[in-house]
Design a binder for this molecule. Sequence first.
Ligand SMILES: [Zn+2]
Ligand SMILES: [Zn+2]
Length: 314
Amino acid sequence: MKVIKHSEEVLKVALISKDTQLVRLYDKFEPKEKLLLNEAFQPDSLLFKPITLHSDSDWISSHPEPTQDFAQFYRHPCRNIPSPQKSHIYIQPIGSFGDSTVTTDVYMRWVKDYCEAFYNGLTVRILGPEPVLHTNCAFRVNEYTHNLQIHAGMGIFSFARYDSDFYSANYKGKLKTTKKLSPTDYSVFDGYYTPEVTSILLLRSCKTLTHEIGHIFGLHHCQWLQCVMQGSNHLEESDRRPLDLCPICLRKLQSALGFNITERYKALKRWMEEEANGTEAELSNEAQLGLRKPVEAFKESYDWIVKCLEILQK
Ligand SMILES: [Zn+2]
Ligand SMILES: [Zn+2]
């Protein structure tokens, strides 16, 4: 295992910068906010730890990329900042999920509420689900795993891939027949297996979705500290990265969205506390279906947020 340990000075410059205008901007944070952000360069911080590489197949080992500090992010000419005309995040579900379309609706609402807490201040809208047919994407059965794959040619987040069994011989989505697929016949997706809704699936969904949306705002892969913006090459590496941002990426996002750091953590904490949130009609619908938001897998992240809030509310 290799530890990527940056010096105190390097992390301090990555966070605050040496540019006097950006230093002044940093000084506008409340003293308690700065106390939390400065944890980035405390050598023995319990909140923000150095990135560890476990094998040559980890992202940083296999995809060398330039680093991006706060100043590089802030000065980037094509940085995406929300405006009155551009203030929504749209999520387009493709295909159905779980054993019914209602499960898809409920699950997407949990994910949407999480994204709204994470991208505090923005509105997230879920578009009506589209069948795979409407995407015109090519598909194939992987010759090694026998899993059905869609070729998207763009950023697509696949729920199936986050099933604990996806890479195992026991994965229930394997196609049993070896019959030739027609490129225009999408009926193979009708009733196709989708993973069971579990807490770990919800955790992985929230993590991957917020990571991908982070790129839309111009955040590059994080190479400073353990962070949800770390690149990941495989499921084990993705599971290893934390659910939230390091202080450097948090400052980047805060400068784009202008949220209050404490309020954002409070919103994330609330989402993890409320096993059931939503309108009364939505909740009674979920109760009838026997669905409740499974938040067990978020315990570690919850405890971490509580510690951050302790610093912010000291
Ligand atoms: Zn990425
Ligand atoms: Zn980061």
